[in-house]
Design a protein around this ligand. Structure first.
Ligand code: DX5
Ligand code: ZN
Length: 216
């Protein structure tokens, strides 16, 4: 069954504990945690102090998505801040193979995110070592953007590549996911759906998470 990872980026930071507890009590599988540095993406989100607060209250794994340059400088700190899955961007990594193994050596699952313009085929030589691939279905930086339709094709390509190399890498979709495209994404091959705006802007976030979980 596919996993749901609500994105904390869209939570109410004035009521963070309340929103974390809502996710704890929901059908969600993971917390999706977007870290932005204002350099790799045109926005700054939050860093270690907020992550420590999350770590204190979250009862589900933290799926940390780094949208920062030189992510390898901080792997140990993210491990200490509670990351179970740590994803770096292909476009921000000069030595991707080394970074994937450094993340795994610290005991975390290693993820690689691809921007909408980055071809799936570039992962041919590393996919067997990668635990999770995030296919960005918006340009990273902000919640609440429109889903890019070309993502479906990339899910199919990634599924094919996964078969070719014989790996069990999870396919995660990030950006513009809602109750109207979740079923189609799962049918196409998504294993994890991230949802920020769709969850937190809805009248009943917990019910929306349940709906996303039941989409197939
Ligand atoms: C975008 C982030 C996403 C974002 C998704 O840069 O990586 O995780 O929070 O938000 P929605 O679901 O609102 O598109
Ligand atoms: Zn994200």
């Amino acid at each position: 069954m596919h996993k749901i990872a609500p994105s904390i980026l869209s939570a109410d930071f004035g009521n963070l504990q309340r929103d974390i507890e809502m996710i704890n009590a929901s059908d969600a599988d993971w917390f999706h945690v977007d870290v932005m540095d204002g350099v790799f993406v045109p926005n700054i989100s939050f860093g270690f102090p907020v992550m420590k607060a999350l770590q204190k209250h979250a009862q589900k794994p933290l799926d940390v998505h780094l949208m920062i340059v030189q992510p390898e400088r901080y792997f140990q700190e993210f491990k200490d801040a509670g990351a179970e899955v740590l994803t770096i961007h292909y476009e921000a990594s000069t030595h991707l193979h080394r970074s994937i193994h450094a993340i795994k050596d610290l005991g975390m699952k290693a993820g690689v995110a691809l921007n909408p313009h980055t071809p799936v085929s570039l992962l041919e030589d590393t996919l067997a070592d990668i635990d999770l691939v995030i296919l960005m279905s918006v340009n990273p930086g902000f919640g609440g953007q429109k889903f890019i339709q070309n993502t479906y094709k990339k899910v199919q390509q990634l599924k094919a590549l996964r078969e070719k190399v014989g790996s069990d890498t999870l396919i995660e979709i990030d950006g513009g996911v809602s109750t109207s495209n979740a079923a189609e994404l799962v049918k196409t091959g998504a294993d994890v759906l991230v949802a920020g705006n769709a969850v937190f802007a809805s009248g009943d976030p917990k019910a929306t998470i349940q709906q996303l979980k039941q989409s197939s």
